[in-house]
Structures are given as structure tokens and as C-alpha cells.
Design a protein around this ligand. Structure first.
Ligand code: SF4
Length: 336
């Protein structure tokens, strides 16, 4: 089926061709009601929320810097009282927008209507296992699997696409296809795979017992995802080229084809509006409201395997990115 070009697609194409394209994760609050075993952000105090006016200015500034995709994240972005205003601002600047969610009870009907009206492109829901008890334990939210299933069904009445955001972890690493199958049975439109990452970041600590897989275990899981993707049965958004790159990184970091462009093409904007290469590194490049293009990082990085940053970085390596473009051209699922 031919892809209908929207103003957002045109913006992506235009910024890509003129070399200004960037992508940002914008963390609008550190509050979260899930208590995930892989992430400690829910313990943070004080609670921080991006101020509405400054958040809107920040999105304008990001658009001026060529940002064509924003992932609104947190904490839990749906807890921010101005989430719909931020989503509307993204739409007004033709920014392709995804909103992350870990607690499906927050996808209420008014929130869904607001995001739909704001022309949000994607709701990406954390999904850990096909086993309800495991899901409950990993997020510490009672009956979460039924909650996700209900939310995905309700998203279908809107134009928003749903995506299962699946972390490779101790529970699922040796049976990824079963988890993908469950996601599709539940009605998800897309699947994204997250690579397990540890971060000692003060801002955004990640890790925990649940992702104590060793490197060979992660590599094996990624190899299985690549094989499953080749079957073309599941709408997995991660490119094979990027997953192979992560396997290279885990095998011998010096041999990667695509280094990470965190702080240059991809970036993390925190709830203080400070721009960082990612949530891992302590370095602040500047405050989004005052920084200039000269403040962006100039050196690539190869210090971790974080999926969002590594996957999107593969698009910006000139002729080396050809395999990624080729995959994207044969799939309508390249941007998430
Ligand atoms: S490689 Fe990891 S640490 Fe380095 S910029 Fe990318 S996401 Fe951050």
C-alpha cells in the first residue's frame, strides 16, 4: 500500500535532505507510578515537571534546530498536566511524535481524545512478558497485562498507532517470538525492541537484577530477533543493520559500523530543559532555551548500547547508512 505523505513526513524528508535533521527524547517529568525493576527513576525526589510555557518554547527551539521527531517521555509523561499542550505544539511544528507509557491506567479516554486531537503519531507501551504475573512483578502494577490489552483496544478507535516497547531481559531473552506473538494478539501495531542497558547516571539510573543477562545472552537474544524479523511476520521497527551493529558492539566495540551520534543528531532534553547527549552521560551541552547550534556535540560516542540512540544514529552515516535506508525503503515502520 503506498504511503500517504503528511506534513510530518515532508518535514522528515526535508530536514534529512538539507542535513539539519535531529531527533529528541524530551523527559517532561520524573514522576512515575510504575515501580519498574529496571529503573529507579520512581524513587527520585523532588518531583519535577517541565513548566508549560518553557516546555512549549523548548519544542519550538527543538524544531528550529531541525528536530523532526520527539519522543515525549518521563518518568511517566501522561502524568504531566500539560501533556496534550506539548503534543499539540509538536504537531503545530510538524514534528512526528511518540508518547511513552508504562502504566496503562493513565491512558484514559480524555487523554486519548486529547492526544488524538493533537495528532500524536504513536503511543509506545512498555510490555515485558506474555505472562501476566511476570508483567505485574516487573512493573509492580496489579493486573497490568489486562490493562495494556484494554488500552491497546481503545487506542484503535483513534488514528494513533500503538507500539509494544519490549526490553530484552532475564524473563524473555530466550523466547522473544512468544512475546512478539502475544503483542500482536493483543492488537499492537508495532513492536520495538530495547537492548538491556545499565546506567549509573544520577539523572536517570537504569539497571537492576532483571537485566543481569551476560553479553552472550544478549547477543543470542538479538540474533533471534534478527531471524524473527527476517520472517517478516512481526512489525519490528528496529533495523537489522542496527541490531547487527549492537552485536558488533557487544562482541568488540572497536569494530562497530555505526557509532552513536548522541548530543548531535539524537539527544535527551531533561525536565530542567538541559540538553544532554543521552540520559547516560553527565555532560550537559546547554539549556535548550539558550543554546546555539555550536553547542551540539561534535564527536561520536561508543560507550553503551542504548537502543533509541543507537538505532536512530544509524541513519546519519552517509553511504555507510545505505543498508539502513534500503531496509526503511522496503518498510513503512522505520520511525518510532
Ligand atoms: S553511546 Fe550511549 S553513552 Fe554514548 S551518547 Fe550514545 S547513548 Fe549516550
Amino acid at each position: 500500500m503506498p504511503i500517504r505523505m503528511t506534513a510530518k513526513h515532508t518535514n522528515i524528508l526535508k530536514t534529512f535532505l538539507n542535513g539539519s535533521m535531529r531527533l529528541a527524547e524530551f523527559a517532561i517529568t520524573n514522576e512515575c507510578i510504575a515501580k519498574c525493576t529496571f529503573c529507579d527513576i520512581w524513587k527520585q525526589r523532588p518531583r519535577q515537571y517541565v513548566d508549560r510555557e518553557k516546555g512549549l518554547q523548548a519544542i519550538d527551539k527543538l524544531a528550529d534546530f531541525g528536530v523532526a521527531h520527539i519522543t515525549l517521555t518521563g518518568g511517566e509523561p501522561l502524568l504531566h498536566p500539560n501533556i496534550i499542550d506539548f503534543a499539540k505544539k509538536c504537531n503545530s511544528r510538524n514534528i512526528h511524535t511518540a508518547v511513552l507509557d508504562a502504566a496503562p491506567s493513565l491512558i484514559t479516554e480524555p487523554i486519548l481524545d486529547g492526544l488524538d486531537e493533537a495528532k500524536t503519531d504513536m503511543l509506545s507501551i512498555s510490555f515485558d512478558s506474555d505472562d501476566p504475573k511476570v508483567c505485574e512483578a516487573s512493573r509492580r502494577i496489579p493486573d497490568i497485562l489486562n490493562g495494556i490489552e484494554d488500552a491497546v483496544k481503545r487506542i484503535k478507535r483513534t488514528k494513533i498507532k500503538s507500539m509494544a516497547s519490549i526490553l530484552i531481559w532475564n524473563d524473555n531473552h530466550d523466547r522473544m517470538e512468544k512475546v512478539f506473538m502475544k503483542a500482536i494478539d493483543m492488537g499492537f501495531d508495532h513492536i520495538s525492541v530495547n537492548y538491556p542497558t545499565f546506567s549509573k547516571s544520577v539523572l536517570y539510573p537504569l539497571g537492576g537484577e532483571g537485566i543481569s543477562l551476560n553479553k552472550p545472552g544478549v547477543i543470542k537474544a538479538l540474533q533471534s530477533v534478527i531471524e524473527i524479523k527476517k520472517m517478516k511476520k512481526y512489525p519490528i521497527v528496529n533495523s537489522i543493520a542496527s541490531m547487527e551493529n549492537i552485536i558488533q558492539y557487544l562482541t568488540d566495540p572497536a569494530t562497530v559500523r555505526y557509532e552513536c551520534l548522541g548530543g548531535n543528531r539524537v539527544m535527551f532534553v531533561d525536565w530542567f530543559l538541559d540538553v544532554r547527549p543521552c540520559m547516560q552521560l553527565p555532560q550537559v551541552l546547554g539549556n535548550i532555551l539558550t543554546m546555539t547550534k555550536d553547542d551540539f556535540a561534535t564527536e561520536p560516542c561508543n560507550r553503551c548500547n542504548m537502543s533509541w540512540y543507537r538505532d536512530f544514529s544509524t541513519f546519519f552515516h552517509g553511504v555507510k547508512s545505505f543498508p539502513v535506508y534500503l531496509e526503511s525503503a522496503t518498510s513503512s515502520r522505520s520511525l518510532y
